[in-house]
Design a protein around this ligand. Structure first.
Ligand code: HEC
Length: 100
């Protein structure tokens, strides 16, 4: 009985870890696609809104945390930042940083 549980756990960890390590998992790409309606396809803005592609990851996470807390003034980014966790900011940051 315990052996089965141990095996199941080992199987789960083996399956879940690569998904967590991979910066561009489906969840992250889905979130990022909602940003691209304003920030441009592939994170390359076509207008006045800043690019997200190739932004430094730590800088991105800091910006998002400041939008969320209200420390950084914004017209709409507070609303976009408020729905996400720090872990999601990290994953998004890694994804946008990887876009060239
Ligand atoms: C409705 C349009 C819109 C959407 C959708 C949107 N943004 Fe923004 N974003 C803006 C605007 C406008 C600014 C400039 C700050 C402000 O006025 O809010 C901005 C600024 C930013 C900045 C600061 C960039 C810099 O260099 O100063 C970051 C980072 C950012 N957005 C990330 C995101 C992420 C991540 C998402 C998706 C979760 C997202 N945005 C969705 C419009 C949008």
């Amino acid at each position: 009985m315990y052996n089965k549980i141990t095996l199941a756990l080992a199987g789960f960890v083996g399956f879940a870890l690569p998904a967590i390590v991979c910066a561009a998992d489906v969840h992250t790409r889905t979130i990022a696609s909602t940003c691209m309606s304003c920030h441009g396809p592939g994170g390359r803005s076509l207008g006045a809104i800043p690019d997200l592609a190739a932004l430094n990851k730590d800088h991105f996470v800091k910006l998002m945390q400041e939008f969320k807390s209200g420390k950084r003034n914004s017209t709409i980014m507070k609303r976009h930042a408020s729905g996400y966790t720090d872990a999601e900011f990290e994953a998004m940051g890694a994804y946008f940083a990887s876009l060239k």
